[in-house]
Design a protein around this ligand. Sequence first.
Ligand code: BES
Ligand code: MN
Ligand code: ZN
Length: 490
Amino acid sequence: MPRAPQITSTTDPATGVTCDALVVGAYSKEEGIELTDQASEVDGVLGGVLAKLADAGFKAKLGEVAIVPSTGNVAATSVAVVGLGKKEKLGASEMRRAAGNAGRRLADRSSIAWALPASADGNDLTEVTAEGSVLGSYRFTTYKSDAKPSKLASMTFVGGDAAAAERGVVKAEAATLARDLINEPASTLTPTALADRAKELAHSSDLVAKVWGPAELQERGFGGLLGVSRGSEEEPRFIQLRYVPAEPKGKIVLVGKGVTYDTGGYSLKPPGSMEQMKTDMSGAATVIGVMSVLGRLGINLEVVGLVPATENMVSGKAIKPGDVITHYGGKTTEVMNTDAEGRLILADALVFASEQEPDAVVDLATLTGSMVVALGKKATGVFSNNDELWSELRTASDTVGELTWRMPLWSDMMSELDSEIADYKNVGSRYGGAITAAVFLQEFVSKDVAWAHLDIAGPARSDNDKDDLSKGGSGVGVRTLIEWLQSRSA
Ligand code: BES
Ligand code: MN
Ligand code: ZN
C-alpha cells in the first residue's frame, strides 16, 4: 500500500505555492462558468486563460477537470480547474466527488496544492477534499507488470486547516485498506492470510488481536463456520480485533462476513455469478478498515471487530444440501442451499457478539443477490431492530455520501424458514430473499441488543471509476461506520 501523502496547509496566496499541480475550482452557470475567488486570483496572473476554458467547451460540471500549463507567474507546474457544479448546490458530498475526480486525473503528480473553497454553508470542506482526493486516486496495481501506482506524496491546502485534511486522509486510508483486501485475489487472500493481515494491523494500530482456528472453533462449537469451511483445503479463522480506549463511553461490536471465496459449494454458482466472488469478504474488509483508524481518530468507545473467515468450496468433504449444522450457542440449521453460506457463519458470530453485552451490534455482509435486485448497485439495505440505531446510521451515511435504505424485518417471513428436522432452514422462497436472510440472522441476536444488518452486496464493488470510487472493491460502509462511531463517541 502506498504511503499516505504528507499534509500541510498554508496561508500564502495560491499563486506562490510550488507544486506539480495547483487545483482551483469553477462553478457551472446557465451560461458559461464562474471561477471561485481563488481561481480568479490565479487567472489574474495567468492572463485570463482559465476564464477562457468555457470557450473551449469546459462547463465546470461537477467533477469535470481541465488542466493547463502554468506560466512563470504561478509557482505550480500546471493548474487544474475542477468543476464544482452549481454554486448553490455545493456541499460536502459534491466537494468529495469533485476532489475524487481531480485526484484521479492528477494521480501521476507527486505534489498537489488544493485551493478550493474551504467551506460552504458553514460546513468545512477541507476534510472532504482531502478524503475525496485520496479515494479518487486509489489504484490497485499489485499485479500490473507496468504498474503505475498513484504518485501522490504531498498535499498542501491553501487556506484550509491541516488537521481537517489529515482527518480526511485517515478516513480515506481506512477505506483504501478495505479496497486492497477486497481486490486481492482469493488464492492469496485466504482466511489465514486475512487473519495474518489483521494481526499485523493490530500491532501498528493499538488493537488486541485474537484468532481462532479449527481446534478452538471445534471446542467452542462454531458449527456454522466449520460447516461452511468443510469443503475447503484452507482452514477457517475467527478473527477478533479489540480497541479499548482509557475511559470508553460505550461498547460496540462490528461483524463482517469474511467469505474469501464463494463458489456456492454444491449449490454451485454459474460461472458468471462466480467471477467476482473474491469480493465476498467485503464486510470483513470494512470492519478491518474501520478498526485500523479508531486510535488515530481518538474514538472514545470500546469497539470489537469480529470476522468469521472461510472459503465456500466443493470437495468430497463439503457440506451437502440437507445437512444439519449446530451453531455456536446451540441452535440448528438445515442447510438446503450451500450458497446461502454467509448467514451460517454470521449466525455463529452474532451469538458470540451478543454475549459481549454491547450497546449495539452492526454486521456488514455481501449477503444476497436479492438485495442488489431490490436497491441496485449503489445502495446498502439496512435491517434493524432499533429505530434509533437506524436513524443514527442513516444520518452518518448521508453525511459521508453513501446511500442507505431501511428494509423491513418482517417476522411473518420466518415461516419460510421452518425445517422438518432442525430449528431453521437456511433459505426460503426466491421472493424477498434479502429479508428472509435478515430475519434468519435476527434469530441469533439477543432480543435486548440493538442490532443493524447492512447488506452491501450491491455497493461493495464499483463497476467503474467515478467520483471518489475506483473500479473494484469500494470499501463501502467504512466511512459511514467511522462517522457513526465518531458521533456516538462525542
Ligand atoms: N455472496 C453471495 C451474495 C452476492 C451476490 C454477493 C451477488 C454479491 C453479489 C451469497 O453468499 C449468495 O450466494 N447468496 C445467495 C442466496 C440464495 C442461495 C438464497 C443469492 O443471493 O443468490
Ligand atoms: Mn453464496
Ligand atoms: Zn456469499
